[in-house]
Design a protein around this ligand. Structure first.
Ligand SMILES: Nc1nc2c(ncn2[C@@H]2O[C@H](COP(=O)(O)O[C@H]3[C@@H](O)[C@H](n4cnc5c(=O)[nH]c(N)nc54)O[C@@H]3COP(=O)(O)O)[C@@H](O)[C@H]2O)c(=O)[nH]1
Length: 901
C-alpha cells in the first residue's frame, strides 16, 4: 500500500510537468534560433543574388549600348554611301541601259572602300537593274514585285533597311539597304540598293572582348540571328530563328529595351539577356550573360553560408541535445532521489503506522500469524513470540456463530475487506468487544499474499454508550424507562397494535399526597418510596409490559398485545390497576417508620383506531385527573364525555382572559335581612355575561379565575364596583344604611399585592368602609395564617368588617378563630337547608350560633329558602338571614327598585 500523501503526489506531478516544460522550451528555442538563422542567411543570399543580377544587368546594358552604337555606325556608313550615290544620280539623271558602264564603275569604286557592303545596285523606276557593282551581274534582275521596291515606288519613303533577306540568286542572307532615287524634277526614278552581308557584323563582334559566359548577338526584327559572338562550333547559323514568345510579345508591346532570363537557343545555357533596338533599324542588339557563370561566386558563397549554417545548426542541435540529456539526467536523478525519499518516508510511515493505537495482526494467505504490533500485545496480552505461527481462530469466543464468520469471510473475499464489531478474548480469558477490520492483500500479479487485521478495544466506548443510553432512556432513580423511552415504546406498540388488530392499555399511576411525604419525611425518604414502589410494580407486571417513571411521583404502565374484545381489555386493565393499587397500599418502611400510601390510576384503552401517541397520553392524563378529583385510591377510565368537559373548560379559560376587557362582568345583589325582615345589606355575587353561553355561574368560573391568577384583577374589579355602589347608596336616604358583603378568594387574599390593591380601590372610590364586609373562607387560614390575620388587622383598622363564609365546612381551629378580627360567622347553606331534616346539621347550626355568641360575633344563615327554616333559626337565636326566601341575587337596578318600592 502506498502511503504517499496527496501533497507529495502533487510535488511529483509538478516536477514532471516542469521537466517537460523545460524540454519543450529548449526545443522551441533551438527551432526559433534555426528559423532566425535561416531567414537571416536567406535574406543575405537573396541580397547578394540581387546585387549580382543588378551588376550583371548594368554591365550587359552598357555592352548592349556599345553594340547598338556600333551597329548604327555600320548602317550610317551604308546610308551615307547611298545618299551620295542617289544625289549624284538625281542631278545627272539616271543613265539608260546603254550607258551604264560609267555608273557601274562608280558603284564598284563605292564598294571597294565600304567593306560591309557586298554589292551596290541601282534599279530604275520599273524595278529593273540598271547597274551593279558586281561585274557580270545578270541584267534581267527585276525587283518590281518586291515589297521593298513597292514601298519606294508608292510612297515618299526615302530610305529603308530590310531584316535578313535570303537571296536566292546568291544563296545567302543580306540586309538590303535601299534609298530612293529621284528625277531632277523630284519624281521617282528608281532605287539604289546596298547588300550588307551579316558576316560584317560577326567579324566586328569578334573584335570585342567578352567575359566568360557572355554573349553578344545581333538579331533582325523577325528574331533571326544576324551575328553572334562567341560562336559555338565552326560556323554560325545566320538566319537561325529564335523561338521566344516572351521576346516577341515584348517587342509587339513596344518595349524599346528590356531584360529577361531565358535559355539560349544557341548553346542552351540559361542567360540573363539585355535586348534593345538598334536605333530605327530592324535590328536588335542582344547581350546575354550566362547565369550559371554569373552566379558561380554567389553560389559558392551560398554554399559556404549554408555549410556554416548547417554547422551552426548541428552545433546548436548538439548543444540542445546535450542540454536536454543533462536535463533528463537531472530530472531522473531528482526523481530517483525523491523516490528514495518517498520510499524512506513510506517505510517510516509504515513503521509508525504499524505502531499505532490500533492493534495490527498480519497473517499469510493461509491465515498463519506472521506479525503483530505492540498495541495488539497491549490489547490481547499476547506477545509476538507467543502468537506468531498460530491461527487467529484462537481469539474466537463462541459469541458469534458460524454463519457470522461465513458472512465475514465472504465480505473479505468479495470486497477485499470487512469491518465490524466482534467479541474477542484476551490471554487472561476476559471477553471484550473490538472493532475489527480485515483486508486482503494481493501481489501485483493478483495473488492473495496476506491478510491484515486492525482492531481497537471498544469496551470502554461500549460502556460509555451504554451509560449514555441508560441516561438517555432510563430514570436514574428507579432504573425504569423514562419518558423518552416510554414514548418510543408507545409509538412501536401502536404500530404493532395496528398491524395485528390487537388492543392495549395505558395506565398512569399517581401517588396520593406524595408532596407531603417528601416535605415531612425528607427527599431521601421520598426517593426510597419511589424506588420501593417501582420495584413492587415491576415485580407485579409481566416482562412484556412497560413500566416507566415519567417524573415526580407519576408512573406509567403500557400493556400491549391484548387479544380480546374491548370489554375483556377493560377488565384486564382494571384488574391490573387494582393489583397496582393493592401493592401500593402495602406498608412500606421509610425513615424507620412504616408508611402506608395510596394512589390514583387513570386508564385509557388503546385499539387500532385513528388515535396517535399524543391522543392516548392526553386521554390517560384526563383519566388520572378524574381519578384524583374523585378522591384517593381510585381508578378511572378515560371517558370521552370527560374529554368534552375538559375541552369546554379549556375554551372557557381562553374566554375568561377577554371577559374583563370586554366588560362581560356584572354584579348581582342578594339581600341580607334581620329577624324583622328588614334588608340590612347585600352580598354581591359575580356574574359572567358570556356572549354565547349567556349568564355563567361563578361555581364554573371562580376556580378557573383562581387557577389562572385572573382572580386578582377580577376580584379588584368586583371590590371597586361594590365600593362605588356603596358610595352611590350612601347618598340615598333609604339605601345609605345598607352594607355590602364582597367575596374574597383565599388566593386573592394571599397575594402579596392584595393590601396595596385594596387600598388603591379605597383611595379611588372613597367608599364608607364601615359598611363594607369582606367574606373570607376557612381555607384561607389553612396556611400562612398569620399573614392572613395581619392583612385582616390592617384592613380592620380602616373600618372594614369581616365575615367567615361557608362556616362549618372546613377544619378551622377554633382556638385560632378566636384570634382573628372577625365580625360575623356565616352558616353554610348546606347545613341550613338540612336543618330540619338532619339532626346532625341542626346540631352544627346550633353550635355555630352558640360559638358566634361566645366569640361575640354576629351570625348569619345563608341558603334560607323556607319560612320553617327561618323560624327554626330564629328559635335558635340566629337573627340574620340570606336566601331565596328573602330574594334571589338580582342586578343593582332591580334590587334598588325592590328597596324603594
Ligand atoms: N371570590 C368570589 N367568589 C364569588 C364571587 N361571587 C360569587 N362567588 C362565589 O361563587 C360561589 C357561587 O355563587 P353563586 O352561584 O352566586 O351562589 C350564591 C347564591 O346565589 C347562593 N344562594 C343564596 N341563597 C340561596 C338559597 O336560598 N338557595 C340556594 N340554593 N342558593 C342560594 O349561594 C351563593 C352565595 O354563597 P356564599 O358566597 O357562600 O354566601 C359562591 O361560593 C360565592 O361565594 C365573587 O365575586 N368573588
Amino acid at each position: 500500500m502506498s502511503v504517499i500523501s496527496i501533497d507529495e503526489n502533487d510535488d511529483v506531478l509538478k516536477a514532471t510537468d516542469s521537466y517537460r516544460q523545460q524540454r519543450r522550451n529548449v526545443v522551441a528555442l533551438y527551432l526559433l534560433a534555426l528559423l532566425v538563422m535561416t531567414v537571416l542567411f536567406g535574406w543575405l543570399l537573396h541580397e547578394q543574388y540581387q546585387q549580382e543580377i543588378e551588376a550583371a544587368e548594368s554591365r550587359i546594358t552598357a555592352r548592349a549600348n556599345v553594340v547598338t552604337e556600333w551597329a548604327k555606325g555600320v548602317f550610317a556608313q551604308s546610308g551615307q554611301a547611298l545618299f551620295g550615290l542617289t544625289e549624284i544620280l538625281a542631278t545627272q539623271e539616271i543613265p539608260d541601259s546603254d550607258n551604264t558602264q560609267l555608273l557601274q564603275r562608280s558603284l564598284e569604286n563605292l564598294t571597294s572602300y565600304l567593306p560591309m557592303i557586298d554589292e551596290v545596285g541601282v534599279f530604275d523606276s520599273e524595278g529593273r537593274l540598271l547597274a551593279s557593282s558586281r561585274a557580270g551581274r545578270d541584267a534581267d534582275i527585276d525587283i518590281s514585285e518586291t515589297r521593298f521596291f513597292k514601298v519606294f515606288q508608292h510612297s515618299q519613303q526615302r530610305e529603308l533597311i530590310t531584316p535578313l533577306y535570303w537571296s536566292k540568286s546568291d544563296q545567302r542572307y543580306y540586309l538590303y539597304h535601299g534609298r530612293r532615287v529621284d528625277t531632277p524634277t523630284g519624281d521617282f526614278a528608281g532605287v539604289a540598293v546596298s547588300n550588307i552581308v551579316p558576316e560584317v557584323f560577326s567579324e566586328s563582334l569578334e573584335q570585342m572582348s567578352v567575359f566568360d559566359g557572355e554573349s553578344i548577338s545581333l538579331v533582325d526584327s523577325g528574331l533571326k540571328f544576324i551575328a553572334r559572338y562567341p560562336i559555338p562550333g565552326d560556323q554560325f547559323p545566320v538566319g537561325k530563328q529564335i523561338e521566344s514568345s516572351e521576346t516577341a510579345q515584348r517587342l509587339v508591346s513596344g518595349d524599346a529595351t528590356f531584360s529577361l532570363s531565358a535559355k539560349s537557343p544557341i548553346d542552351g545555357r540559361e542567360r540573363l539577356f539585355r535586348i534593345q533596338w538598334v536605333g530605327e533599324y530592324p535590328m536588335l542588339a542582344v547581350v546575354g550573360i550566362d547565369l550559371h557563370e554569373l552566379l558561380k561566386a554567389w553560389r559558392q558563397r551560398a554554399l559556404i553560408l549554408s555549410l556554416v549554417m548547417l554547422v551552426i545548426a548541428l552545433l546548436g542541435a548538439w548543444g540542445a541535445r546535450h542540454y536536454l540529456s543533462r536535463l533528463a539526467l537531472t530530472y531522473q536523478l531528482r526523481q530517483r532521489i525523491e523516490e528514495r525519499e518517498q520510499a524512506r518516508a513510506e517505510a517510516q510511515i509504515a513503521a509508525a503506522a504499524f505502531q499505532t493505537h490500533l492493534g495490527i495482526l498480519i497473517t499469510d494467505a493461509r491465515g498463519c500469524i506472521l506479525k503483530v504490533n505492540e498495541t495488539f500485545t497491549r490489547i490481547t496480552g499476547y506477545s509476538e513470540a507467543e502468537i506468531v505461527g498460530k491461527n487467529p481462530r484462537m481469539f474466537s469466543t463462541g459469541l458469534q456463530n458460524a454463519a457470522f464468520y461465513r458472512r465475514l469471510w465472504k465480505g473479505v473475499i468479495k470486497a477485499g475487506n470487512w469491518e465490524g464489531e466482534i467479541w474477542s478474548q484476551r490471554k487472561n480469558g476476559e471477553l471484550f468487544p473490538e472493532w475489527l477490520t480485515i483486508s486482503a492483500v494481493y501481489s501485483v500479479e493478483g495473488t492473495l499474499t496476506h491478510y491484515v487485521a486492525t482492531m481497537s478495544d471498544i469496551s470502554e466506548r461500549k460502556a460509555a454508550e451504554q451509560e449514555i443510553h441508560q441516561l438517555a432512556f432510563y430514570d436514574p432513580l428507579t432504573g425504569l424507562a423514562n419518558r423518552r423511552l416510554f414514548m418510543d415504546r408507545m409509538g412501536t406498540a401502536l404500530k404493532e397494535l395496528h398491524r395485528h388488530q390487537r388492543c392495549g392499555a395505558l395506565l398512569f399511576v399517581d401517588i396520593d399526597n406524595f408532596k407531603q411525604i417528601n416535605d415531612t419525611l425528607g427527599h431521601y425518604a421520598g426517593d426510597q418510596l419511589l424506588q420501593g414502589i417501582a420495584r413492587r410494580m415491576g415485580q407485579m407486571l409481566r416482562d412484556t409490559d412497560t413500566l416507566a417513571r415519567l417524573g415526580g411521583d407519576e408512573f406509567a404502565v403500557l400493556i400491549e398485545g391484548i387479544d380480546g374484545s374491548s370489554a375483556q381489555t377493560t377488565q384486564l386493565a382494571e384488574r391490573i390497576a387494582n393489583k397496582l393499587l393493592a401493592i401500593l397500599s402495602e406498608p412500606i418502611e421509610l425513615a424507620e417508620e412504616s408508611i402506608t400510601i395510596t394512589g390514583c390510576i387513570g386508564i385509557t384503552l388503546m385499539s387500532s383506531g385513528e388515535h396517535n401517541v399524543d391522543d392516548y397520553l392526553q386521554q390517560v392524563d384526563m383519566a388520572l385527573f378524574q381519578a384524583k378529583n374523585s378522591g384517593r385510591h381510585t381508578v378511572c377510565f378515560f371517558d370521552p364525555a370527560m374529554q368534552a368537559a375538559l375541552l369546554a373548560h379549556v375554551r372557557l379559560e381562553a374566554d375568561l382572559h377577554l371577559a374583563l376587557a370586554n366588560q362581560q362582568w356584572q354584579l348581582y345583589y342578594q339581600p341580607q335581612v334581620n329577624h324583622h325582615g328588614t334588608i340590612t345589606g347585600v352580598e354581591v355575587l359575580l356574574r359572567w355575561q358570556h356572549p354565547e353561553r349567556g349568564l355563567v355561574s361563578p361555581g364554573e368560573f371562580i376556580p378557573l379565575l383562581e387557577s389562572t391568577g385572573l382572580i386578582n384583577d377580577v376580584g379588584e374589579w368586583v371590590l371597586e364596583d361594590a365600593c362605588k355602589q356603596l358610595v352611590r347608596w350612601s347618598e340615598h336616604p333609604r339605601l345609605c344604611e345598607l352594607t355590602i358583603s364582597v367575596n374574597i378568594s383565599p388566593l386573592q387574599f394571599r397575594d402579596d399585592h392584595f393590601l396595596r390593591r385594596v387600598n388603591d380601590v379605597f383611595e379611588r372610590t372613597r367608599a364608607p368602609l364601615h359598611r363594607l364586609k369582606l367574606e373570607v373562607t376557612e381555607s384561607l387560614f389553612l396556611e400562612a395564617r398569620d399573614d392572613a390575620r395581619d392583612k385582616m388587622l390592617a384592613l380592620k383598622a380602616q373600618g372594614v368588617r369581616f365575615s367567615l363564609d361557608d362556616f362549618g365546612t372546613g377544619y378551622s381551629s377554633l382556638a385560632y378563630l378566636a384570634q382573628l378580627p372577625l365580625d360575623q360567622l356565616k352558616i353554610d347553606q348546606s347545613f341550613v337547608q338540612q336543618v330540619l331534616e338532619s339532626e346532625a346539621n341542626a346540631a352544627i347550626v346550633e353550635s355555630t350560633i352558640v360559638l358566634a355568641e361566645s366569640l361575640s360575633l354576629e351570625v348569619i344563615a345563608e341558603g334560607v329558602e323556607t319560612e320553617a327554616q327561618q323560624s327554626w333559626l330564629l328559635d335558635h337565636d340566629c337573627q340574620a338571614y340570606q336566601g331565596y326566601l328573602f330574594g334571589r341575587p338580582v342586578e343593582a337596578k332591580a334590587f334598588e327598585a325592590m328597596m324603594l318600592a
